[in-house]
Design a protein around this ligand. Structure first.
Ligand code: FAD
Length: 257
């Protein structure tokens, strides 16, 4: 049948299986919705693959595949890219360079098939990338990953109202980000804004309620109070928490093919 086996997981973990599934789904399903990729969509795809090739903390086999795909994209000089050509380049693999097929959600599993999964993995992927470029002090600057995410969402993300909402938030203040650490915090704060908007929504998995994240049981020091007794985030602690939560060392490698 279509019953998918439940994979027990640690709610405070970040799983490589979710990240590889995000790559599979975005490159083999979502981008495939366009038979020809051109103009701004082609630029968006180039920058997505380039950011992944530089920063994805994957298994050697996956990293090599992303790097060869990036080189292939850079050598593609025509203004239009048929998806079939991209797909052929993506699927050309050997023992040392390949992107595994199919999705195996672990930390992003939903209690029902229509909950969580891919959108959860997209957030996870981009949080991880913002942290990674901060840790490695990327010379490309604090906006490269955010712009890549923004353009990916705008051009490809299947949930169109999600893309519209994200574009509105980005238009509001993404350009105020001037440091690598601010990019990490910007994305964290925007994600909490989305969590807040979606709390109680029909799209919410009842087993994974939308909360202001990280909750105190994951990071007590992240939470404080203002003079008037209202909740206040301790941003320095949040940054330290994000840095360790989304670090390569913290990635859980179980359930990989
Ligand atoms: P998600 O919100 O997907 O979060 C995944 C994981 O990230 C969580 O399990 C947690 O471990 C961690 N996390 C949670 N909050 C934060 C944070 N603030 N900072 C860092 N890490 C965090 N759905 C809609 O219905 N309407 C929308 O407008 C909409 N906009 C979206 C915009 C974007 C850019 C994306 C990627 C998705 C959007 N979605 C939207 C989908 C929605 O945000 C969730 O991804 C989806 O409902 C699945 O929720 P989830 O429970 O898996 O947690």
């Amino acid at each position: 049948g279509t019953q998918v086996q439940w994979r027990p997981f640690d709610r405070s973990g970040v799983y490589m299986s979710d990240l590889e599934s995000a790559l599979h789904y975005s490159l083999r399903v979502e981008v495939a919705a366009r038979s020809v990729i051109a103009g701004p969509a082609l630029d968006a795809l180039r920058s997505y693959i380039s950011v992944l090739a530089k920063n994805f903390p994957g298994r050697p086999m996956v990293k090599r595949k992303l790097q060869s795909l990036d080189a292939w994209m850079k050598s593609w000089e025509e203004g239009e890219l048929p998806y079939s050509s991209l797909r052929a380049a993506l699927d050309q693999s050997n023992q040392t360079a390949a992107l595994p097929r199919g999705v195996r959600w672990v930390g992003c599993q939903g209690s029902r098939p229509h909950f969580r999964g891919y959108p959860c993995s997209v957030w996870t992927l981009f949080h991880l990338l913002t942290v990674r470029v901060m840790v490695f002090m990327s010379p490309a600057g604090p906006l490269e990953v955010l712009w890549t995410m923004r353009r990916y969402m705008h051009n490809f993300f299947g949930c169109r109202y999600c893309a519209t909402h994200f574009e509105q938030m980005a238009e509001e203040n993404m350009d105020s980000v001037t440091m690598l650490s601010e990019a990490v915090i910007w994305l964290w704060a925007r994600h909490n804004q989305v969590n807040n908007r979606l709390a109680g929504d029909l799209s919410e998995d009842p087993h994974f309620p939308k909360i202001q994240w990280p909750p105190p049981d994951q990071c007590r020091e992240c939470h404080g109070v203002k003079g008037g007794g209202e909740h206040a985030w301790n941003q320095a602690q949040v940054l330290a928490f994000l840095r360790s939560h989304y670090s390569a060392q913290h990635l859980n490698m179980t359930y990989l093919e």
